[in-house]
Design a protein around this ligand. Structure first.
Ligand code: RAM
Length: 331
């Protein structure tokens, strides 16, 4: 590389990162650098998260490094963590695609003195200090199962479309969907669970296959955000609107039209921008040591005081969107 090119490339790196020995504290007025990673940059859910993250970043006056795979790609997530570790950022906040797969890279970052928090989808507990959780997994799993049962009058076959089989959040939710099914709905049967890699098109083709392979299917439960409009399109094109009910975890904006057409019945979600906002607040507080293991509450800027359960900080209860209230939400 020519000297001029080298100097230009240095200019692209925040100053704090060029002098890692000086950037572990902001007591000298230097800005903390928070590295923030979504599961996928192309996913509208994480685009909404990023919006809230940027809001917190400007409120706190910290530096943000934002990067991630375009679509689900656990190997790429590891590679980015390794780059951030080499750069010597202060804190990494990541939504993990593969619970176990990313833990080694995160532990290496911790060994270098970098703080690690997770949000949306966790890694193993020893690879991070706090997990910023959208709601309790039990709350999400049971809300999904109860709503599916209501839509099916507590009887019949249903199928799940999930993101990946390695994501901690989906797996936790599925555990509680299963236990609620077993304890409360004996006349309902889960016939299949298919991953769609957090891709709308793949969810659509999986839903099409599920509909043709299961002629008695009464309901599809799509538990990652791109899967809800993907499955809706499949149901619509199969001419099954209303006959195969659809519910899931999705953005109001991506499901508004399908809700109004009667293809999708119910959508559940939390305020996604607030999740990104909270993740940055937590990352900042962990890095400057105002949030420590064992704390029971956390003051999260405009979100006020939140409960800490063990090492999880919970955003709050999810909302239910239907055709009647979806227009009240702008994300
Ligand atoms: C997807 C992601 C994310 C999940 C939402 C509901 O976009 O997989 O992890 O929380 O859906």
């Amino acid at each position: 590389m020519k000297r001029s090119q080298f100097l230009t490339s240095l200019l692209a790196v925040p100053a704090a990162l060029l002098f890692p020995s000086c950037n572990k504290t902001d007591s000298a007025g230097r800005k903390l650098t928070i590295a923030f990673m979504p599961k996928g940059k192309g996913n509208s859910y994480f685009i909404a998260c990023e919006k809230g993250a940027r809001e917190a970043v400007s409120e706190l006056g910290v530096e943000l490094l934002f990067d991630g795979p375009t679509n689900t790609d656990p190997a790429k997530q590891n590679e980015i963590v390794e780059n951030w570790t080499t750069l010597g950022v202060d804190v990494i906040a990541v939504a993990c695609e593969n619970t176990e797969g990313i833990s080694g890279a995160l532990k290496k970052a911790q060994q270098k003195g970098i703080k690690v928090v997770t949000y949306d989808s966790d890694t193993t507990q020893d690879a991070r200090s706090f997990f910023v959780n959208q709601a309790t997994p039990q709350g999400i799993g049971e809300a999904l199962m109860d709503e599916a049962a209501r839509l099916c009058a507590e009887e019949g076959e249903f199928a799940i479309i999930t993101a990946t089989l390695t994501a901690a959040n989906m797996n936790e939710w599925r555990k509680f969907i299963g236990s609620r099914l077993a304890s409360k709905y004996p006349k309902m049967k889960l016939v299949d669970t298919k991953p769609c890699d957090d891709q709308k098109d793949k969810a659509q083709s999986e839903a099409t296959n599920l509909i043709s392979a299961n002629p008695n299917l009464k309901c599809i439960m799509a538990i990652c955000s791109p899967a809800v409009p993907g499955a809706a399109e499949a149901i619509k094109q199969a001419g099954k609107a209303g006959a195969v009910k659809l519910l899931g975890l999705g953005l109001p904006s991506e499901n508004r039209a399908y809700l109004k057409e009667g293809v999708t019945q119910s959508v559940i979600l939390w305020r996604v921008a607030d999740l990104g906002y909270l993740a940055i607040q937590v990352a900042n507080a962990v890095a400057n040591k105002s949030l420590n293991p064992g704390d029971k509450t956390f003051k999260a800027g405009r979100l006020g005081e939140l409960e800490i359960e063990g090492s999880s900080i919970i955003l709050g209860k999810p909302f239910l969107f239907t055709k009647d209230n979806v227009d009240q939400f702008d994300f």
